[in-house]
Design a binder for this molecule. Structure first.
Ligand SMILES: Cc1cc2nc3c(=O)[nH]c(=O)nc-3n(C[C@H](O)[C@H](O)[C@H](O)COP(=O)(O)OP(=O)(O)OC[C@H]3O[C@@H](n4cnc5c(N)ncnc54)[C@H](O)[C@@H]3O)c2cc1C
Length: 434
């Protein structure tokens, strides 16, 4: 019996089956743990209707390649070797280059493609779809966590016991709320209008031909346009799709329920087009107009946390560090959190769980805190919102030198590989980064 107990694998219950949760399943399985993921969505996200584009850094690419099929990751993403910052004069309809980073080395991917790649590389019984987390309790000796979840299709409540509870339940994490009831998300002062134009059924689309003339590095570039009403981002995705985002300074919107993403009315979309016409290049506005179902994300972050674990409950991804999107970090941080957590658990073994969680926290807390604060500041600079220690960024007059402040690579720990992951990130990656 004792031998059987010794052979029992440690088990983690992960709440949330998005990028952080699924990455965590990969990392913990690689560390020798059993994993079950509870996700409230009824079934795996289905194709490109879910989400939009994201940028993966070189470290994430390397980690995902270890968990999935490396060739597929390459096929599903496009290079963004260049980061190009430009200013748009909405009256004159002209752009001016502010700055360029030719060694940006990100790759562009659709959220649904990334999720599907990560998910399909897992054993299918690991994620329990349609399981909504309700509550948890920790045993008196702090060695196990009992989780209650509602099975949405049957309405029954189930209990799942694990040695570790991982909160990967996003920026509105209810698990985090039990420890930090006073931590509130902080509205940034702007929303993101976004969408993906799919031109696969019209390869000779005049809109796209004109767009590629105005933005000639599309397909290998992350374009940032700074205008009088915020900034816009444009990059290409595989399968003839163009991803765009417009961060627009606006009062905090009212969203229904527990969400920061909204479906929007036709009137709101028409108002957005009209406002876009005043500030952006006509080529970009045409792309916005031809995009099916643009949607709205309100941009929030939160003050950095002081800790990332309590007993045997640990936070990862947006649950651990709600962050605004201006460092291109959120998804990359989720992947890195998962990988570091896995390595710490492997190093210390289940019998030294608190040492493992301590090391995870010591590696990730400082990085996450600095990146959250940097992204907040970068957002305010690009949105031309006031900061106490600098003037508004003057996109009309800024020199190339002054515009260097806009580069994503200024973010603390850009492409940093924590030493615990160094063996997984081989020398070819190191040479890529340097
Ligand atoms: C459907 C979807 C589409 C997205 N599309 C994009 C995109 O196009 N571009 C981009 O940059 N980012 C996108 N994101 C956000 C991006 O995934 C995250 O910001 C980042 O990757 C961090 O991921 P996360 O797993 O920590 O958080 P999230 O991606 O927010 O995932 C949290 C997960 O927890 C689940 N969850 C929450 N509460 C419960 C509960 N009580 N019980 C069970 N499950 C629960 C949610 O359903 C969700 O799947 C998207 C997120 C989602 C959920």
């Amino acid at each position: 019996m004792e031998k059987e107990e010794a052979r029992r694998k440690a088990k983690a219950v992960v709440v949330g089956g998005s990028i952080a949760g699924i990455s965590c399943a990969h990392a913990l399985i690689a560390a020798g743990w059993d994993v079950v993921v509870l996700e409230k969505t009824l079934s795996p996200p289905n194709g490109c209707a879910t989400g939009a584009g994201l940028g993966l850094d070189m470290v994430s690419m390397k980690l995902i390649k270890k968990w999935t099929q490396p060739q597929l990751l390459q096929l599903l993403s496009l290079p963004m070797n260049i980061e190009h910052e430009q200013a748009t004069d909405g009256d004159e309809k002209i752009t001016r280059t502010l700055s360029r980073d030719e060694h940006f080395n990100f790759r562009a991917m659709h959220w649904a493609d990334l999720h599907s790649l990560l998910y399909s590389s897992l054993q299918q019984d690991i994620v329990l779809w349609g399981h909504s987390f309700l509550s948890f309790c920790i045993s008196d000796d702090k060695t196990s966590a009992k989780v209650q979840a509602k099975v949405l299709q049957t309405n029954e409540t189930v209990e799942i016991v694990g040695d570790l509870l991982v909160a990967a339940d996003g920026c509105l994490s209810s698990i985090r709320e039990t420890f930090l009831p006073d931590l509130k998300l902080r509205y940034s002062g702007y929303n993101a209008w976004r969408g993906v134009l799919d031109y696969s059924n019209n390869e000779n689309s005049e809109t796209v031909i004109a767009l590629k003339k105005a933005y000639p590095d599309l397909g290998n570039c992350n374009y940032f346009d700074i205008g009088s009403e915020g900034h816009a981002i444009l990059y290409e995705l595989i399968n003839q799709r163009v991803n765009w985002i417009w961060y627009h300074n606006q009062p905090e919107p009212k969203f229904k329920g527990n969400s920061v993403t909204a479906k929007v009315s036709g009137d709101m979309i028409e108002d957005m087009y009209e406002a876009a016409e005043k500030v952006w290049m006509p080529e970009l506005v045409k792309v916005m107009r031809e995009t099916k179902e643009p949607f709205l994300n309100a941009i929030y972050d939160a003050e950095p946390l002081d800790q990332l674990y309590w007993d045997n409950v640990v936070l990862i991804g947006d649950a651990a560090h709600p962050i605004s999107p201006h460092g291109g970090r959120s998804t990359n941080m989720s992947i890195l959190d998962a990988a570091v957590l896995g390595k710490c658990l492997e190093k210390w073994g289940p019998e030294n769980l608190s040492s493992a969680l301590d090391e995870y926290q010591s590696i990730r807390l400082v990085v996450a805190s600095e990146q959250v604060l940097f992204s907040r500041r970068m957002g305010r600079i690009k949105q031309r919102l006031p900061l106490p220690d600098r003037d508004l960024f003057d996109h009309a007059a800024a020199s190339r030198e002054e515009s260097q402040v806009l580069h994503l690579r200024n973010i603390p720990y850009f492409n940093h590989i924590p030493p615990i992951l160094a063996p997984d990130c081989n020398s070819s990656l190191q040479s890529c980064i340097l």
